[in-house]
Write a protein that binds this ligand. Sequence first.
Ligand SMILES: Nc1nc2c(c(=O)[nH]1)N[C@H]1C(S)=C(S)[C@@H](COP(=O)(O)O)O[C@H]1N2
Ligand SMILES: [Mo]
Length: 429
Amino acid sequence: LAAVAALAAATRSAASPYAALPSVIAGLVAVVALHVALPSRRAEPAVAPKEPAVRANTNPESEVLATPMTGLAGQVPARRTVLLASSMTAAGAGLAAFGSWNTRALTTPILPAALPTPTAPLGPLPTGLESMVKGISALRTPVDDFYRIDTAILVPRVTVADWRLRIDGDVERPFELSFADLLAMPMVEADITLNCVSNPVGGEYIGSTRWLGVLTADVLKRAGVRPTADQILSTSVDGMTISTPVAALQDDRGALLAVAMDGKPLTAEHGFPVRMVTPGLYGYVGATKWVTRLTATTYAARRAYWSDRGWAERAEVKTQSRIDVPASGESFSSGFEVVIAGVAWSQARQGISRVEVQVDDGEWSPAQLGPDVGEHYWRQWRWTWPATSGTHRVTVRATDGAGVVQTTDVAEPAPDGASGLHTISISVA
Ligand SMILES: Nc1nc2c(c(=O)[nH]1)N[C@H]1C(S)=C(S)[C@@H](COP(=O)(O)O)O[C@H]1N2
Ligand SMILES: [Mo]
C-alpha cells in the first residue's frame, strides 16, 4: 500500500523530488510497528486474561490502559509491547504531522505586503437585499461560501516565487511573466459572477465577488496573438487544460488574470496565485485556476480536458433565475405575506432588466430588483405575496438586458449548461 501511495505521489504532474517521501516513511514505520507489535509465539505463550476485562486504573498518574488488549488468537501482548507499539504509532503520527506542516511551510505563499491598487478603483459595493430579506444570497458571496469545483484531489500549493506564466503558441513574441511582472502591469477591479456549467436549475454552483487582476487582453497583446489562432488553451500547474475563444479574451468584456477576490489574495482553493476569470463564460471554458500557460492555437488543433469528455467546446452562460427563499416544501400560515426572493443573471446578454414571479398558473408579476452592479454580476430580486391557503407552485423567470426572456426549454447541465424555469412548492395553511 505504501508503494502504491509513493508511486501515486511521485507521478503527479506537480510532484517535487520529495513527493514519495511521506509514503516511504509511513511504510517503514508500519513495518517496524508491526514487527514490534505482533506477538511472537515463541516469546509470549498464550495466556488467558485472569483478571476481569476492565480493571480500574488505581493510579491516576499512570498511563496504563484500562482495557487489556487482546492480540492475535486471544493472546494478550505484554504491557511493554503495547507501550512500545503505541509510542511507535504516536511517533509515526508526529512525523506525519511534521511532514505536512513542513510542506505547508515550504509552500506558504510569499505575498506582497499589500495588494496592488487598481488603476480605476470601483466604489463600494451597494447594500444588497440581504439587509431586508433573510435567506437571500448575499450580493457579494463570502469567499468561505464560494462554491469550489475542480479536478484537484489535493489543492495545488503554488509559491509566488515559483510561479511563471508562459505565453506561447501562435504568437509573434512568446514570453514569460513572473508574479512581480504581472503585478507591475495595470491592475483592474471588476465585479463578476462565476458560474459552473454543472449547476442545475436552482443549484448552488454560482458565486459573485469583486476580482482584482490584469486584463488578459493586455497580456495577450504583448505576445501578439496571430489572426490564425481562434483558441487560447490555458494550462494549470496540475495539468488541467481549458480552452477559451481568443475573441472572449480580447474583446471589451474585461476577462482577467485575477490575483485577488473580495479584497484578499486568492485562496489556494480558488487558484492562488493567479487564475482566469472570463465574464459570460462558464468556469470550465474560462476560469482556469493555478494558471501557468496560455497557448494560442485553434479548436481544430487542440482539445481541452472537458471537451474530450463530451462537454461543449464553447459555452456562454445562459440567462437564469433562482428562488433562494422560501425553501421548497416550506409551509406558512395564511394571512401572512410570503417573501419570495433570489438572484438572476445573464452575463453575456447585458445583465438583467426584469424578474417576474408566477404562482401556480396565474399572471406573471414583476419583482422588485436589487442594486445593479453591472451586466456581468447577478441581480437580487424580491416579491411579496399575500398568501392564500393551499399548496402552490412558485416559478421565477428573468429577462436579459436586450429584452429576451429566459427559455422555458428544459436542458440538463451537459453539454453546455442547464436551462428551464426554477419552481418551488410551498403550502399555506
Ligand atoms: N486548474 C483548474 N481550474 C479550473 C477547474 C479545474 O478543475 N482545474 N475547474 C473549472 C470549473 S469547472 C469551474 S466552475 C471553476 C470554479 O472555480 P472556483 O472553484 O473558484 O469556484 O474553476 C474552473 N477552473
Ligand atoms: Mo464548472
